[in-house]
Write a protein of this length. Structure first.
Length: 189
């Protein structure tokens, strides 16, 4: 009897359910920055600072690169003898949930920047992508400069808003502490 009932229900429901597809929560993505600021503790100035403003992201033209205006200024060199730390906080329930993703680079901070954010590194290094990795002191100006925010080592990520904090230093001293409030959205096909 149950076999007949299951067959009858299957024949009656041939059209299926008319509903929406479930949106993916993780996958290939496009990242874009919304706010750029410093994360210095107790208003102490670090050797590296930035004052950047980004163009608005146009969802109708997702492959168009974001443009930056401002500067990144440093008074000391950053090379592969420096350490680096990246912390990504995620926005949920109207507050930042800290330490959602963390990456520590005990040394080779410059190389980690070069390999993980090559589009940004290319704009600030003022040199070719090959050879020794060093960020020299000075002023790096962005005048409506297009930046490719691709992260080749992180091919998929959960979608949503993030606070991306990067800290670089040497031994016990910190050289920079920068924050980007950004958004990760699905990459169009």
């Amino acid at each position: 009897m149950s076999l007949v009932l299951v067959s009858l229900i299957a024949l009656m429901c041939q059209k299926g359910i008319h509903g929406k597809g479930i949106n993916s929560l993780i996958g290939p993505y496009i990242a874009y920055g919304e706010r750029f600021y410093m994360c210095e503790a107790n208003n102490t100035q670090l050797p590296w600072r930035w004052n950047l403003r980004a163009s608005h992201f146009n969802p109708h033209k997702p492959k168009e690169l974001q443009r930056l205006t401002g500067n990144l200024t440093g008074s000391t060199s950053i090379d592969d003898s420096c350490w680096g730390k990246v912390i990504m906080d995620t926005w949920s329930n109207n507050q930042w949930k800290e330490n959602a993703f963390m990456a520590n680079f005990k040394n080779n901070a410059c190389k980690a920047l070069k390999e993980n954010i090559p589009g940004f590194y290319e704009k600030i290094s003022k040199m070719e992508m090959k050879g020794a990795c060093i960020l020299k002191p000075g002023v790096n100006e962005f005048n409506n400069t297009s930046v490719d925010w691709t992260f080749p080592k992180f091919a998929i990520m959960p979608y949503g808003p993030y606070r991306f904090r990067v800290t670089i230093g040497k031994a016990e001293s910190r050289y920079l502490c920068l924050v980007v409030e950004c958004r990760i959205i699905p990459k169009p096909a």
